[in-house]
Structures are given as structure tokens and as C-alpha cells.
Design a protein around this ligand. Structure first.
Ligand SMILES: *[C@@H]1O[C@H](CO)[C@@H](O)[C@H](O)[C@H]1NC(C)=O
Ligand SMILES: *[C@@H]1O[C@H](CO)[C@@H](O)[C@H](O)[C@H]1NC(C)=O
Ligand SMILES: *[C@@H]1O[C@H](CO)[C@@H](O)[C@H](O)[C@H]1NC(C)=O
Ligand SMILES: *[C@@H]1O[C@H](CO)[C@@H](O)[C@H](O)[C@H]1NC(C)=O
Ligand SMILES: CC(=O)N[C@H]1CO[C@H](CO)[C@@H](O)[C@@H]1O
Length: 941
């Protein structure tokens, strides 16, 4: 039993000593990528020692003995993302060492992979780059992807990812350096980026295209340059004779760029440019070159043409490009040359021909041009005589001759009509070689343009334009304008031509006025015109301002009646009628000139009305009697010429010169004499050789004196002047008195007529206007006949003196009416607006009310009543009267006539003008009733 027990015990011991218990609850885990941790519970039974081994297959085990009581351990320096097998061994050491194991396997966490290896980039095409690399040394994680960033500079161009490291980057920009950044991402962490740089190359295809293009362009440019050089060379060699004209190359550059002026601001612009003595105008004007060197003038300089230019050595001559070419005669060199150039109109090309005034040598050519160019209007803007020089050949037949032949051209004169500013001649032009019938040509000669300088009133320019336009029509050829072109004093054609050119556009108020630049472009056409005087440059503007402000106010008698009834219509009734509007446009000219002399202390008592004082510039200056007496009878005409010098020492009388219709003749508007000024009044009558005094007032108006009675029965002496009343003739409407004036130191008596119109109160309009008209027609017979040669003696003889109470009230109406009737008689047109405007410029207080203004229209309308659509000329009571013999007929007429013809021509012109037609009927019955029964002292003067 014991032995059995012992055996069992021994067996038991044996067993005990051979098998230790395995450690309990053995676990391991990863703390992070490189650390791990194992825990266990030591075995309960006996064991000698314990050891722990861990490894990664196929590496061998790494074993460390552990403390018997230890229950955990930290593992260090592990590799990331690696399976570790850990064995914990409890051991009993005896004859035979026995152990029991506990095993645990775990994997460490992921960590960042290492950089990729062997990164390289290579260009596959001009803009494609391949990027490749090898795996990183440590993935530290499962298989991931390769990431590629493509950058240029700091900008990210694109990103790509692939499981393998073989990128092909296409569509890059040409000629650019790129940065390729590659990293490996093991699904959790990305490794560091490796970078490599590579550049794309230029675009070879584009480059080739560009190069080809460049070559072509260069070749073309080269060809052009070569051609230009060749061309220039050719021109140089052919134009050697023209070198003097190439001097002023930059004349276009100096030309100022002047903006067109809109019609609305024309007046302001004019005032602005006129400021400071026209500084801005001057700058503009001076920028216009005298000669436009870009246009050649070869033809004019050819030797056989030189004698055809008025001034051989100086301009003007015609530019080649727009000169008027005549037909060739027998191939004669130069037979096609005439000094004349085409000028464009506002819208019509070649509307004008600017020509040199014909010389004796060129008259035939001139008429050949008229015939060939089919011109129907010739405008001559010069008088034939200037001083004593003949400025142009008289190139048309006289009325006596009837016709004349110029080369092959036959010119016949049919009519010669003189008007104040111009002479109109109706011609028929034919050609001997051609069967065609003759053509009517109108020759308009403007006579009132001052020899040197410009007309005072820009309205004259507009009037000339109207007349020319009236004669030209759609079918007529170019309008031929000619002047003389004097070196020092620019002639007048130049100012004439542009104005019609520019006004021929539609006269709508909103339309901008044509720019002066365009005008100047047209002026380039004719060298002569570039001499345009500065004053004329301003005159053009003044005329435009005038036109813009006042418009056309002239009306022909044939249209007067419908025109007037339209003008009086108020539409709508609240608005002023057009006639009232026209009146309102009249400038007042209040204090527009100085009135110093009349306002001087010693002269104040000589004024009847302190408000009506004559302007200094046109007052009638009285010479002192002493000087008057010094004059000898013969040279009295000459010695009274210089009124201006006498301004200071002359005596004052309240009287003004007023323009008459027949310029430059004038009338005198005077106040009714005061008791103290009767002597001065007669002095004025004597000194100015007054023939007719018109008195439009009664002596008394109510209780007040309106006019001193300046005449007495019988003889009366006023200073040196003795007045003898010879005759009185009274009718219901007016009284005519005849006086004989005699100066104490002279022999010849002079007859002066006085027409006193009855019953016209200054505040009202005349009750019987017809009688006023009759009186005017009657008194005209006492006036000397017009003779334009007198014209130059400005302000000398003033045959007509008008006075009322203050020299303005009735006088203004009378003067306007007088001028308007003359105009209606002569030209069959009236311009009430201009007539009144001119009076207002001459004296204060003229035609101040609308009633008076309208009255003027009405009187003319009733004097020329409309009958069956035709205007009937009223009968002239003076029809029977002979032409006044006092006209100085010996003097040659300025009208281009030689002295023997003067007499005939003058009377011819007067027949037209004055309507003195001896053959026409007898005095009208009205005349007999209202006027004096027989003319007082018939034509004895
Ligand atoms: C792992 O954890 C231990 C402590 O917990 C730390 O000291 C060690 O830096 C860690 N290693 C990594 C790779 O995070
Ligand atoms: C590591 O252990 C995981 C399971 O924990 C197993 O899926 C994997 O295959 C093992 N890796 C290796 C190399 O034995
Ligand atoms: C226990 O582990 C050791 C070490 O690896 C080994 O040699 C031995 O054979 C193991 N014993 C058993 C019973 O598995
Ligand atoms: C790596 O890839 C995974 C999955 O694709 C992504 O979630 C992670 O953000 C990536 N890591 C980095 C650093 O890019
Ligand atoms: C000896 C020891 O502590 N054993 C424990 C092993 O783990 C299990 C379950 O987790 C426990 O029940 C044992 O007591």
C-alpha cells in the first residue's frame, strides 16, 4: 500500500516537475507604429523562470528573461505595419527543462512611408513630359498610390494619382519650366514629396508658320520700299524745275483746326473770337497759308501763259488740278490756259469759277470760257475804274454798240439797269462757229464795294448773294466771279465767294453753319483767295451772324400782298404774329455810339428834346461862317471834303446824316429849329446845298412850340445867308414854299423848296398816307438826278433835309418810306427791316413802335395794289417832268462808259431807276386833287 502510495506520489512529483503551467490571459497589442505592449498573468503553479520572445518571420527570435512576478512588458523599436509573433515561456529547470508557451501575434500601426526612389522626368513631345519613379524603401503600410503635383512657379497646374509611378503629363504650355512633385500615400499617410524639374520646348509647327509669314511680310515690305525709292527718284528727276514750290511743306500742319460753329451759338462765338481786337480770328486767319504748296502750278508758270496772268511775278495763278481748261485751238500750246479756277459750292461741286478780271489780251479767252462752260451768270466785284487806274478791260459792248465780237464769240447787250449797289446787264452770247442759238447771260457788277476795305454793313454781302442766286438756276453753268487781285490791297471777290457758298445749305436754324475749315479747303483751290484780307474774314462772320439773327426780310412786290397777310396772322392768337416777331428782332441800337458833342454844356440849349441827340459819328457839322466865306466859288466842292478834320472846331446842330437808298448819297434828319438855331439851320441848308426841305410838323402842337417859324414873308437875313420867300402853293395835304438863298459874298442865288405836310400829329400815324406818298413822288422832281460819280464825294451835297419836331418821330417814318418807295420803284423789292435798322443806327428814336413799322408795310402794299395777281405800279405824278438839267453830265459815269456815252447812259439808267418815262400818260387825277395844281417854279433851278 505504502509502496503504491509512494509510487503514485513519486509519479505525481514527476509529473509536477516536468510540466509547468502556461501563463494565463496572454495578450499583446500595438500602441503605435513602433511600440507594442504585452500583458499576462503569471502561472499559479511552480515554475523557475519566465522568458519572452518576439520576432518577425523569418528573423530569429529575440528572447529576454523576465522577472517571475512581472505581468507585462513594453516592446520598443518595432517596425511599422509588421506582424510580430510573441511567445511567453514559463520554464522549470530540472534534469529536463520543461516549459509551456503562450503565443500571441499582433501588427504594429501604419507610419509615414519613405520618399519615392529614382524620380525622373523626360520630355516626350514639345509639350508632353513623362514622370516615373521607383517604390519607396519603406511603405509602412499597405499598397497605396503615387500622387503627382505639376507646378509652374507657384501655381498648381494639375494633380494626378496612379497605383504605379508612371505618369504621362500632356497638353502643357510651350516653352515653360515645370516642377513635378511625387509622393507615395499608403492609404493613410503620404510620404515626403520628391521633386524634379523639366521644361517644355517651343511649338515647332507654329514657329515654322510664323517664320514663313515673317519672311513673306518682309519681302513685301522690301518690295514696297524699293518701289517708293524708285518712284521718288523718278519724281525728283522729273520735277527739278518745281523746286521752289516744295519749300513750304508743312502748310497743312499750320492750318488751325477750327470747329464748325453751330448756328445757335454763332453770335456768342463771334463775340468771343472778336474780343481783344479779334485775336482769335487773327490766329485762325493767319494759319491759312497763302499758297498751298501741295498743289502744283506748273501750267500757269509756263512761259507762253505768263502774259495771261495779271501779275506775272506774284500770285494769283491757277493751280493745275482745278484750273478751267479751255478747248485747244489748232494745237496751239497754251491755248487751253486761262487764269480761272473751279470752286466747289456748299453741296454742288464746281459751282463757281473764280477768274481773273479779263485783260485786253485775255478778253477773247474769257468769253470763250463763258461759252464753253455754259456760264449764265457773271459776277464782277469791282468797279472798272479805281482812282484813275483802269482795273479791268471793259469786256462787254456798250448799249450804243449793241453787240461786239470777241474771237468767235458774239456778245449782244439787251438791257442795262442800274441799282444802288449793282448794275445788271442782260447779254446774249452766241458763237459764230456753232449753229446753236445764243444764250442769255446776266452780268452783275457790284459797284458799292469800297475800293480798299470792306462794306460797313455786312448786309450788303447778303444782298449780293440774293441777287446772284436770283439769276442762277439749276440748269445754269458755274457762276463766274472775278475781281482784280492786287498785291497790297485784297480785292473784294474773295470775300464775296465764300458767303453764298456757305449759305446755300438749308437755312434751318438748327443746322450747323458750315465750318470755316471746309471753306478754307475750298479756298485752297484758288491762290488768289488765300489773300483774303483779315477784315473780309471777319466780314464773312458778320454776314453769317446777320443772316442767323435776322434772316431774310426782303420781299418782292409781286409777293408782298400774300406775304403781308401771312405775316399778320396770329397763330395761335396768343402768340405775336410773325410781323410782330420781326419787329421785335430789330436791334434798338440804344447808345451804340457816343453822343458827346450834343451833350456838351454849351450845346444843351440847342436841343429840343434831350433824349434825341445825334451820334457824333454822323452828326451834321456846321462850318463857321468865317471859313465858309473863305471858300471861293469854284473850289467849294473840293474844300468841303474833309468833314472829319472839322469835328472839333465845327458848330453843333441837332441833325444827323441818314443813309438814302441811293448809296452813298445821304439825307439829313434834323430837329425843328429853335428860335436860337434858325440861323444855324439856314447855314446848314446853305452849306450842304440842300434843295428840298421836308417839314412834317405844325408850328405848334397844342400849346407848345413844335418848331420855330424859320421863314418870313419877303427877305430875311440869317447871318450871311439871305432868304427870300418867292412863292407859296397850298393844297389840302401839303404846302410848298419856294425860297431863294443868297450868300452875302456870292452872286448866284439858289432855290430851295420847302414841303410842309399838314395835319400829322407826331404821336399818330398820318391820317391820309396816300397824300404823303404823293408828296414824296412830287418832291423827288426837285431833287437832282442820281449820278453815281457823285458818290465818292461822301457827305458833301445833301439835297434832301427832313425835319419834324425832334427829328425822329415823323422823320423816321418819312425816311423809311422814302427809301422803300425808291427801292420798290427801282428793284421791285422792299426790305422794311433793313431800312428801319439802318435808320436806327443813324439816329436815336427812329421808328420806335410796331404800329409805325406795320404802317410802312401797309403804305407800300396800298401804293402797289395787287390786281389779278399782278402788282400794279401806281401812276407817277411826275411822269411829265423833264430830267433835271443840273446833273453834272460832263463827268464820266463810273459805270465803265467812256465820256461820250456817259450822257446817254445816265439818262438810260435813270429811266429805269426813276421811272421817268416821258411817253407815258398824264398826271393822275389824285394828284390834281391833293397836290398843288401846278408845280411851283417849274424846274428853274
Ligand atoms: C509610441 O508611444 C510611445 C509612448 O506611448 C511614444 O514614446 C513613442 O514616441 C510612440 N511612437 C510613435 C512612432 O508614435
Ligand atoms: C499578419 O497578420 C494578419 C492578421 O492579423 C494576416 O492577415 C496577415 O496575413 C499576416 N501577415 C503575414 C505576413 O503573415
Ligand atoms: C515552447 O517554445 C520554445 C521556444 O520557441 C520551443 O523551443 C518549445 O518547443 C516550445 N514548447 C512547446 C511544448 O511548444
Ligand atoms: C492617403 O490616402 C488616403 C486614402 O486615399 C487619404 O484618406 C489620406 O488623406 C492620404 N494622406 C495624405 C497625407 O495624403
Ligand atoms: C488566473 C486568471 O487571472 N485568470 C483569468 C483569465 O481571464 C478570464 C476571463 O477574462 C478570467 O475569468 C480568469 O480568472
Amino acid at each position: 500500500m505504502v509502496s503504491l502510495c509512494l509510487v503514485f506520489f513519486t509519479f505525481y512529483l514527476l509529473i509536477l516537475s516536468t510540466e509547468p503551467e502556461a501563463p494565463q490571459n496572454f495578450t499583446c497589442s500595438a500602441k503605435n507604429a513602433t511600440e507594442g505592449k504585452c500583458t499576462w498573468t503569471p502561472p499559479q503553479s511552480y515554475f523557475d523562470r519566465i522568458s519572452l520572445c518576439y520576432w518577425i518571420s523569418p528573423d530569429g527570435p529575440n528572447c529576454t528573461p523576465q522577472d517571475k512576478t512581472q505581468d507585462g512588458i513594453d516592446l520598443h523599436n518595432l517596425r511599422p505595419f509588421t506582424n510580430y509573433t510573441v511567445v511567453l515561456q514559463a520554464r522549470v529547470t530540472g534534469k529536463v527543462t520543461r516549459s509551456r508557451n503562450a503565443t500571441y501575434t499582433f501588427r504594429t500601426d501604419l507610419a509615414k512611408p519613405s520618399k519615392v526612389n529614382g524620380l525622373s522626368a523626360s520630355r516626350k513631345t514639345e509639350n508632353t513630359i513623362a514622370v516615373s519613379c521607383k517604390r519607396p524603401n519603406q511603405l509602412n503600410g499597405p499598397e497605396g498610390k503615387y500622387y503627382l503635383e505639376v507646378r509652374t512657379g507657384n501655381t498648381l497646374v494639375k494633380t494626378e494619382s496612379r497605383p504605379d509611378c508612371r505618369f504621362l503629363v500632356a497638353d502643357l504650355q510651350y516653352l515653360t519650366e515645370y516642377n513635378f512633385l511625387v509622393s507615395y500615400n499608403n492609404t493613410k499617410f503620404a510620404g515626403p514629396q520628391e521633386s524634379v524639374t523639366a521644361s517644355t520646348s517651343y511649338n515647332a509647327k507654329a514657329l515654322i508658320i510664323f517664320l514663313v509669314f515673317l519672311i513673306i511680310v518682309t519681302s513685301i515690305a522690301l518690295l514696297i520700299v524699293l518701289y517708293k525709292i524708285y518712284d521718288l527718284h523718278k519724281k525728283r528727276s522729273s520735277n527739278l524745275d518745281e523746286q521752289q514750290e516744295l519749300v513750304e511743306r508743312d502748310d497743312e500742319k499750320q492750318l488751325m483746326n477750327v470747329e464748325p460753329i453751330h448756328a445757335d451759338v454763332l453770335l456768342e462765338t463771334y463775340k468771343r473770337k472778336m474780343a481783344d481786337e479779334g485775336r482769335l480770328f487773327l490766329a485762325e486767319f493767319q494759319s491759312i497759308p497763302r499758297v498751298f504748296s501741295k498743289f502744283s502750278i506748273k501750267d500757269a508758270r509756263k512761259s507762253f501763259n505768263q502774259n495771261k496772268n495779271r501779275y506775272v511775278d506774284i500770285l494769283p495763278v491757277s493751280y493745275d488740278y482745278n484750273r478751267v481748261e479751255l478747248s485747244d485751238i489748232n494745237g496751239d500750246a497754251g491755248s487751253n490756259y486761262i487764269n480761272a479756277s473751279y470752286i466747289d459750292g456748299f453741296k454742288e461741286p464746281r459751282k463757281y469759277i473764280a477768274a481773273q478780271g479779263p485783260r485786253d489780251e485775255t478778253v477773247d479767252d474769257f468769253w470763250r470760257m463763258i461759252w464753253e462752260q455754259k456760264a449764265t451768270v457773271i459776277v464782277m466785284v469791282t468797279r472798272c475804274e479805281e482812282g484813275n487806274k483802269n482795273k479791268c478791260a471793259e469786256y462787254w459792248p456798250s448799249m450804243d454798240e449793241g453787240s461786239r465780237v470777241y474771237g468767235d464769240v458774239i456778245v449782244e447787250i439787251n438791257e442795262h439797269k442800274r441799282c444802288p449797289d449793282y448794275i445788271i446787264q442782260k447779254l446774249t452770247v452766241g458763237n459764230r462757229k456753232e449753229k446753236a442759238s445764243g444764250r442769255a447771260v446776266t452780268h452783275i457788277q457790284f459797284t458799292s464795294w469800297p475800293d480798299h476795305g470792306v462794306p460797313e454793313d455786312p448786309h450788303l454781302l447778303l444782298k449780293l448773294r440774293r441777287r446772284v442766286n436770283a439769276f442762277s438756276n439749276f440748269f445754269s453753268g458755274p457762276i463766274v466771279v472775278h475781281c482784280r487781285c492786287v498785291k497790297t490791297a485784297p480785292g473784294s471777290t474773295r470775300a464775296f465767294t465764300p458767303a453764298p457758298m456757305r449759305l446755300s445749305g438749308p437755312p434751318s436754324p438748327s443746322a450747323p453753319v458750315a465750318s470755316r475749315k471746309s471753306v478754307r479747303r475750298k479756298l485752297q483751290c484758288f491762290p488768289c483767295l488765300t489773300l483774303l484780307g483779315f477784315a473780309q474774314y471777319i466780314l464773312i462772320h458778320q454776314a453769317l451772324v446777320e443772316y442767323n439773327q435776322f434772316g431774310e426780310t426782303e420781299v418782292s412786290l409781286s409777293e408782298l400782298h400774300p406775304y403781308l397777310s401771312n405775316m399778320k396772322k396770329r397763330d395761335p392768337p396768343s402768340e405775336p404774329s410773325p410781323l410782330e416777331a420781326e419787329f421785335q428782332r430789330l436791334p434798338s441800337y440804344r447808345s451804340w455810339r457816343t453822343q458827346h458833342i450834343g451833350n456838351q454844356e454849351e450845346n444843351k440849349s440847342k436841343n429840343r428834346n434831350s433824349k434825341i441827340i445825334p451820334y457824333d459819328f454822323n452828326r451834321v457839322a456846321l462850318k463857321h461862317e468865317l471859313e465858309t466865306s473863305k471858300e471861293s466859288e469854284q473850289d467849294s466842292d473840293e474844300s468841303s471834303d474833309d468833314d472829319s478834320d472839322l469835328e472839333e472846331i465845327s458848330r453843333y446842330i441837332n441833325a444827323s446824316f441818314v443813309m438814302s437808298y441811293w448809296k452813298p448819297e445821304v439825307m439829313i434828319a434834323a430837329q425843328g429849329p429853335l428860335k436860337e438855331t434858325i440861323g444855324d439851320f439856314w447855314q446848314m441848308v446853305f452849306q450842304r446845298k440842300v434843295r428840298v426841305i421836308v417839314m412834317l410838323t405844325e408850328l405848334k402842337s397844342g400849346d407848345k412850340e413844335a418848331c420855330a417859324q424859320y421863314w418870313e414873308e419877303g427877305k430875311q437875313a440869317y447871318g450871311d445867308v439871305e432868304v427870300h420867300m418867292k412863292d407859296t402853293n397850298k393844297s389840302s395835304a401839303y404846302t410848298v414854299r419856294a425860297f431863294e438863298l443868297r450868300h452875302s459874298k456870292r452872286k448866284d442865288p439858289r432855290t430851295v423848296y420847302q414841303y410842309q405836310f399838314n395835319n400829322w400829329n407826331g404821336e399818330e400815324l398820318p391820317a391820309e398816307p396816300k397824300e404823303l406818298v404823293l408828296m414824296i413822288q412830287n418832291l423827288k422832281q426837285k431833287l437832282p438826278k442820281k449820278n453815281s460819280a457823285e458818290g465818292n464825294k461822301y457827305h458833301r451835297n445833301v439835297p434832301l433835309l427832313i425835319h419834324c419836331r425832334d427829328g425822329s418821330q415823323q422823320t423816321g417814318i418819312f425816311c423809311a418810306l422814302f427809301n422803300l418807295l425808291e427801292s420798290a420803284d427801282t428793284e421791285e423789292v422792299i426790305d422794311v427791316f433793313q431800312a428801319v435798322k439802318s435808320l436806327r443806327r443813324a439816329r436815336p428814336g427812329m421808328v420806335p413802335t410796331f404800329e409805325q413799322y406795320q404802317f410802312l408795310y401797309d403804305v407800300i402794299a396800298s401804293t402797289y395794289p395787287a390786281q389779278n395777281g399782278q402788282v400794279k405800279k401806281s401812276k407817277h405824278p411826275e411822269d411829265k417832268v423833264e430830267i433835271d438839267n443840273e446833273v453834272d453830265k460832263a463827268k464820266p459815269d463810273a459805270n465803265c462808259t467812256s465820256p461820250p456815252e456817259a450822257l446817254e447812259k445816265t439818262s438810260e439808267g435813270d429811266k429805269e431807276a426813276g421811272g421817268a418815262k416821258p411817253t407815258e400818260g398824264a398826271e393822275g387825277p389824285e394828284h390834281a386833287a391833293n397836290g398843288p395844281a401846278s408845280p411851283v417854279l417849274t424846274q428853274s433851278a
